[in-house]
Design a protein around this ligand. Structure first.
Ligand SMILES: CC(C)(COP(=O)(O)OP(=O)(O)OC[C@H]1O[C@@H](n2cnc3c(N)ncnc32)[C@H](O)[C@@H]1OP(=O)(O)O)[C@@H](O)C(=O)NCCC(=O)NCCS
Length: 175
């Protein structure tokens, strides 16, 4: 299946399809505002999608970020979405791998994610304790804050992650 799916960076022309995917992948969460703000405002993001012919079936967003001492040394992965009818076929993994490879080529040192460790561990993510989230996480989400180093990347030693404005919304960092 994955070899039928072409992965490429999205353009403004894909915005409608990107936004149409989110209510399908996240029926109980409203992620369209943050995704559209990041894409429309031209924030510093890597936006990758998988296409089956011209139909968008998966999407991953990586936002360039850092700390006060190491601005632009990191990227935040999220959200990541695959159309439900095509789950467990490797589409999510293919997007994550493609993103990590591109970010390494861009000189990014460390990638962060807030997500299920059971899924993200397979890519090399592990618990992050040095760099904190923009807002404190609820206790039950503590294990979900993870990071991984890319290539010979230097860890972003410590500090609070600085992100573009669309991410500065407490509701995005809690249940
Ligand atoms: C999570 C998601 C992106 C995974 O994409 P996918 O293409 O289905 O996943 P892949 O085929 O690459 O990987 C499948 C593996 O991941 C596991 N997996 C999928 N979703 C998972 C989850 N939420 N938690 C833990 N493991 C998960 C599957 O069990 C499978 O494991 P296996 O290889 O041991 O059998 C997709 O299920 C999705 O869009 N879910 C809804 C939105 C979401 O929860 N996004 C992630 C936010 S953190």
């Amino acid at each position: 299946m994955t070899n039928r799916i072409a992965i490429r960076a999205t353009t403004k022309d894909d915005l409608e399809q990107v936004l149409a995917l989110y209510p399908k992948a996240f029926p109980e969460e409203e992620l369209r505002p943050v995704v559209s703000a990041l894409l429309e405002e031209g924030s510093d993001v890597l936006s990758l999608a998988g296409f089956d012919n011209e139909t968008l079936v998966s999407h991953a967003l990586f936002t360039i970020c850092g700390t006060e001492a190491r601005c632009r040394a990191g990227a935040l992965l999220g959200p990541l979405a695959v159309v439900p009818s095509l789950h467990r076929l490797g589409l999510g993994s293919a997007l994550v791998h493609a993103g990590l490879e591109r970010l390494e080529g861009m000189g990014i040192d460390q990638v962060f994610v807030l997500g299920d460790p059971a899924y993200y561990q397979r890519f090399g993510f592990s618990l992050e304790r040095q760099v904190s989230t923009p807002y404190p996480l609820p206790k039950e989400w503590a294990d979900a804050w993870q990071s991984m180093l890319l290539g010979s990347g230097e860890p972003i030693a410590e500090g609070r992650l600085l992100l573009p404005k669309p991410w500065m919304e407490p509701a995005l960092w809690g249940p």
